[in-house]
Design a protein around this ligand. Structure first.
Ligand code: FEO
Ligand code: CA
Ligand code: CA
Ligand code: CA
Length: 636
């Protein structure tokens, strides 16, 4: 999502010209030209370190040459690496007999868009076919749309056909990829190719399935919902499925003048951001109040079975789910960590009752339906506790508005409020170091921390007006199912040259702001991706940080080294490696995103024409696969 939507007040959410002008932006100084001075000295600091156990004696842990901050409309990787663009927005996903070509003027129909890759690529995962590192499937989230780019005439006026095209540009894609010895290519047509849009049926499963709060006139059983919304981060499970988080679903609904306290607690406003509620009554919460309860779940997809029905797993709770990530206990129970990316919201953990069985997706299709959900409390002494979200325990009773366990899960945020969970600085991605059992989570920023009437700093969220974000980590007492943990910060992001103490950070190595994407490579390096908003780039406290980027961290030493910089006003997100660690797939999201006026379809082109740089061509989100020219392991 263009990231500070949650600061916005309700009045201008839908029809008005400027989406971004209400964003709590940093001072809009002149666009700063980043100077090379100082860079050389930074690079000089980054000599390869001595070896590490899992890479073999004498091998450097971080073996690549750091690159400077990005300041052009280009994707840059270190010397010795090659980056290849694949799977741009609007390319056919590969459904046989239905592969309409992309039209650069935005004139593809809604029906075309339903079989083309969606917009605004986000989380992704590579699924090897027969264990291969050169042939597999990519499952991919399409988080949101920029309707200024999507339609020939931009965002306004909205109409039913444009809403349908936007709905078809959301959701998920599954596509097939193969390395031909020289380059990666999409396999088209492919029996695996699939799009999930707002018309795709999803099964609701787990304790809240069928709950009265999930029933609608169109689905009186409350067990089948159409579509998935604002899918952000993702992961692959140990049993071979794809997990995707429904994040900012609330902004697609209009709550009307008499919006309920429940919907309000979730950030819904009188009007939706996109105007969908004016053309599709599902999104008018004054007419269809329970429809919104059918979003905010962790979605599970079996990418290998193109006939499988995707499932919304209610046992893991409803939230502004960034994503969900699985660890296994020694006895093979699934422990799923997730957070919700919103200011002052929470981090969750689910422990399955059952154990993972051999046999992949089919054998484990109910594993995430039964278990216990917990929310995190980070205490000032470096310890923390998981608090159970169980109906009838503590304050989670009918007297406090929770009729049953289903309602606790549907209102997980309200339940977590009552339990005294720690209000975090926008939890984004998580990454689990299975060897050391440390779990990492990016807390991307929180400009309202410490503001009048808002929560103040605490040990886990230690900076007021937190423009830069931090990465927190914890380790459970005992196995991953532990109820207590120790925690600390891997790093506080920032730039030591900043004047404001809270924006300096303590990064050892290359500076960054707003960590978001996160993931371990097979060789144990932690990869960090950033999402500073377009209103921040090159300005104020971000003057020296440059375009959004990807960095590698050696968690043993804390050293951070810049690996990739993206084109202008994009976000770098999505991180997945082939099993051999020699190919890295990422998403470049919203190149050229305008910091000002989205109603003008030409606006994004003012900032970016990536990746194809054609005159008048629309910038396009895309996947990028990165290899080492010598075929080696990425990062070494
Ligand atoms: Fe979709 Fe929290 O980023
Ligand atoms: Ca995003
Ligand atoms: Ca994100
Ligand atoms: Ca973000």
């Amino acid at each position: 999502m263009p990231k500070d939507f949650s600061t916005m007040e309700d009045s201008n959410r839908s029809g008005n010209a400027s989406i971004h002008d209400q964003i709590a932006a940093l001072p809009l100084n002149r666009r700063t030209v980043i100077q090379g001075a100082g860079l050389a000295s930074l690079l000089g600091l980054l000599q390869p370190l001595a070896g590490c156990a899992n890479l073999g004696a004498g091998q450097p842990r971080l073996g690549f040459t750091a690159i400077p901050p990005g300041q052009t409309d280009a994707l840059v990787v270190p010397p010795g690496y090659v980056a290849q663009v694949i799977a741009r927005w609007g390319e056919p996903v590969g459904i046989a007999g239905n592969m309409p070509a992309f039209r650069t003027d935005g004139s593809n129909s809604a029906a075309d868009q339903a079989v083309q890759l969606g917009m605004h690529h986000d989380g992704l995962a590579f699924f090897p076919i027969n264990g291969s590192s050169t042939h597999g499937l990519i499952a991919l989230n399409h988080e949101y749309t920029d309707d200024g780019l999507l339609h020939p005439d931009g965002f306004l006026p909205m109409n039913a056909a444009k809403v349908k095209k936007s709905q078809n540009a959301h959701g998920l894609s599954v596509y097939e990829v193969k390395f031909n010895g020289q380059a990666w290519e999409m396999v088209r047509p492919s029996a695996y190719a699939r799009r999930f849009t707002m018309d795709t049926p999803f099964e609701m499963s787990g304790p809240a399935a069928g709950h009265p709060l999930l029933r609608t006139a169109a689905d009186p059983q409350g067990r089948t919902t159409l579509g998935t919304l604002n899918n952000c981060a993702s992961s692959a499970t140990p049993w071979g499925t794809y997990l995707s988080g429904e994040e900012n679903w609330m902004f697609y609904f209009g709550g009307g003048k008499d919006i309920s306290a429940h919907h309000k607690r979730w950030g819904m406003n009188e009007k939706g951001l996109y105007g969908w509620e004016r053309f599709d009554t599902r999104f008018d919460a004054s007419q269809t109040p329970n429809e919104a309860n059918r979003f905010g779940w962790v979605v599970e997809v079996d990418p290998m079975d193109p006939t499988s029905t995707p499932v919304k797993r209610t046992a893991m709770g409803r939230a502004a789910h960034e994503g969900a990530w699985v660890a296994l206990t020694q006895d093979q129970r699934a422990v799923v960590y997730s957070g919700e990316d919103a200011r002052f919201e929470y981090i969750y953990k689910f422990i399955s009752s059952g154990r993972m069985q051999p046999g992949g997706a089919k054998a484990n299709r109910h594993l995430l339906d039964e278990g216990t959900l917990y929310v995190a409390r980070f205490d000032a002494n470096g310890q923390g506790q998981w608090l159970p979200l169980v109906h009838g325990q503590g304050p989670l009773t009918a007297a406090n508005g929770f009729a049953d366990q289903g309602e606790v899960l549907i209102k997980a945020r309200q339940a977590s409020d009552l339990l005294g969970a720690t209000k975090m600085d926008r939890p984004e991605w998580l990454a689990i170091d299975k060897a050391s059992r440390w779990v990492y989570c990016t807390l991307t920023n929180n400009s309202q921390r410490g503001a009048p009437g808002k929560p103040g700093v605490d040990a886990a969220n230690p900076r007021a007006n937190n423009s830069m974000g931090q990465i927190i980590r914890w380790r459970e007492a005992g196995d991953f199912d532990g109820m207590n943990f120790e925690w600390n910060h891997l790093l506080l992001a920032g730039d030591p040259a900043n004047e404001r103490a809270e924006a300096k950070g303590n990064v050892k190595g290359d500076i960054l702001g707003c960590p978001d994407g996160l993931g371990f490579s097979p060789n144990g390096l932690l990869w960090i991706q950033t999402d500073a908003h377009a209103t921040q780039m090159y300005k104020g406290e971000f003057a020296r940080i440059g375009n959004n980027q990807m960095l590698a961290c050696d968690t043993a030493t804390g050293e951070v080294r810049r690996f990739l910089t993206g084109p202008t006003n994009c976000e770098i997100t999505g991180v997945s490696f082939t099993p051999d660690g020699r190919n890295l797939f990422i998403s470049v999201q919203h190149p050229g995103e305008t910091p000002t006026d989205r109603s003008d379809p030409k606006q994004p082109q003012k900032y970016s024409s990536w990746p194809d740089h054609q005159p008048d061509g629309r910038p396009r989100s895309a996947n990028v696969v990165i290899r080492k020219i010598d075929g080696g392991v990425i990062g070494t």
